[in-house]
Design a binder for this molecule. Structure first.
Ligand SMILES: Nc1ncnc2c1ncn2[C@@H]1O[C@H](COP(=O)(O)OP(=O)(O)OP(=O)(O)O)[C@@H](O)[C@H]1O
Ligand SMILES: [Mg+2]
Length: 401
């Protein structure tokens, strides 16, 4: 039997198999793209989608790539992606180096693209990408990409709504090509190897990844507690990468609230005093009683930290972050030390924080928790590996682990 044909049968089997196991369309799409990527020669892959409201633009639905595409869109008919969708036939550019097409190449800032295959399906386009590092697609490989898209379309046969408005979101923090190295004597450890992503105002963003992949390092850099070796970090229009130590301190004090795995409450002050101490330091603090109410800890205002459970102490530390009235809250594994029920209480408090308009960036290694977030950025080996837009985030109380 033809080798490609045999391969397609296998892929169709794999895809139908995962689709029968997952219980939402989003999970089906994610699983299918992973299988497509595994079975093609591509380095990265993106699903572009035409929304139910805006039929003029293709927006990214899901992708596996080191670049945050959340705000990108293509007009139907323009660029290889827009053209493939309009003509309903694949656009294949085998060698960008011979025929540079800037509009696509610029999407992958910092990454040199060798070739792309843009394969249309009914509601959008699957884009397969190869970098110059791994060399361009052969014609056979390009054909397999197109076939994979067709197979997936056959397997997922469902009409869906795309309620994606990320193109209208305001970027509050942007991280571009951030690298962080440590030098110990002659040994240089590269921890972050070129991280790119945006944080949107008001969103709940999760940073996910295995232990040691650099999650805390990223969080500390965007919080101004650590500095990058190279690259740019911007908070609105302020460039943090060139800011002085003093400016970073002011930035941190005025805009950022931190929540850590350990609660770090002052043991000799009661709960309200712990908050008031922080309120003293900032220009426009929130009322400490009010924020304690928000996390349902107002009744414990006169108690001391040692008289509280772990979950209660963590809720107080959320209140302590909130009392500064920060634009952004950065939380590093806030539930790692807590049992399931207590974690849900803390996550519910964080959910309320986001609902009140504060941007939340939370580090976790628990996949289940990421279902609450608006977007999930998975780091692997010091780089962004994939970005997921949760088109239907769930409530903290629906999480199970
Ligand atoms: N001062 C340092 N010198 C050398 N290497 C360091 C230093 N600090 C951190 N690292 C390394 O940087 C990498 C990333 O650390 P980081 O704390 O960001 O990981 P993480 O993803 O938060 O992990 P975890 O889930 O375990 O908290 C680790 O491999 C760590 O060993
Ligand atoms: Mg960490």
């Amino acid at each position: 039997m033809d080798k490609n044909l045999l391969k397609s049968y296998r892929v169709i089997g794999q895809i139908s198999n995962v689709i029968s196991k997952v219980d939402s369309f989003d999970e089906a799409i994610k699983a299918s793209l992973k299988i497509m990527l595994d079975n093609s020669a591509a380095d990265y892959a993106v699903i572009w989608y035409v929304g139910s409201n805006d039929k003029e633009h293709l927006k990214p639905y899901y992708w596996i790539s080191p670049v945050d595409l959340s705000k990108r869109s293509y007009k139907v008919g323009t660029g290889p992606i827009g053209k493939a969708y309009k003509k309903k036939s694949s656009e294949v550019i085998l060698d960008f180096q011979k025929k540079p097409v800037k509009s696509v190449a610029s999407d992958f800032e910092g990454i040199e693209i060798a070739s792309v295959v843009c394969a249309p399906f009914e509601f959008g386009v699957v884009e397969f990408i190869k970098t110059t590092e791994s060399g361009p697609f052969t014609e056979d490989e390009a054909e397999i990409c197109q076939m994979l898209t067709l197979l997936t379309e056959i397997s997922i046969n469902e009409n869906i709504e795309l309620p994606d408005d990320s193109a209208n979101k305001k970027v509050i923090l942007s991280v571009s090509d951030v690298k962080r190295e440590y030098q110990n004597g002659d040994i240089i450890t590269k921890v972050l190897k070129g991280v790119n992503f945006d944080v949107f105002e008001g969103e709940f963003l999760c940073l996910l990844g295995e232990s040691g992949c650099g999650k805390s390092t990223v969080l500390n850099i965007i919080g101004g507690m650590d500095t990058a070796t190279s690259g740019t970090i911007k908070y609105l229009d302020t460039d943090l990468s060139t800011a002085s130590k003093n400016d970073l301190t002011v930035y941190r004090r005025d805009n950022i609230g931190f929540i850590f795995q350990s609660y770090n409450l002052m043991p000799n002050l009661n709960i309200k005093q712990n908050l008031d101490l922080i309120a003293e330091l900032v220009k426009e603090p929130r009322d400490s009683e009010e924020v304690l109410k928000l996390v349902h800890m107002d009744e414990k205002a006169r108690n001391y930290p040692s008289e509280l459970s772990g979950g209660q102490q963590q809720r107080v530390s959320i209140a302590r972050a909130l009392v500064k009235n920060p634009k952004v809250i950065l939380a590093d594994e806030p539930t790692a030390a807590l049992d399931y029920a207590t974690s849900i209480e803390v996550l519910t408090a964080l959910e309320d924080v986001v609902a009140s308009g504060t941007t939340l960036v939370m580090v976790t290694h628990n996949e289940e928790i990421t279902r609450m977030a608006n977007r999930v950025i998975r780091l692997r080996d010091g780089k962004v590996y994939e970005v997921t837009i949760n088109h239907h985030p769930v409530k903290a109380t629906e999480l199970v682990w």
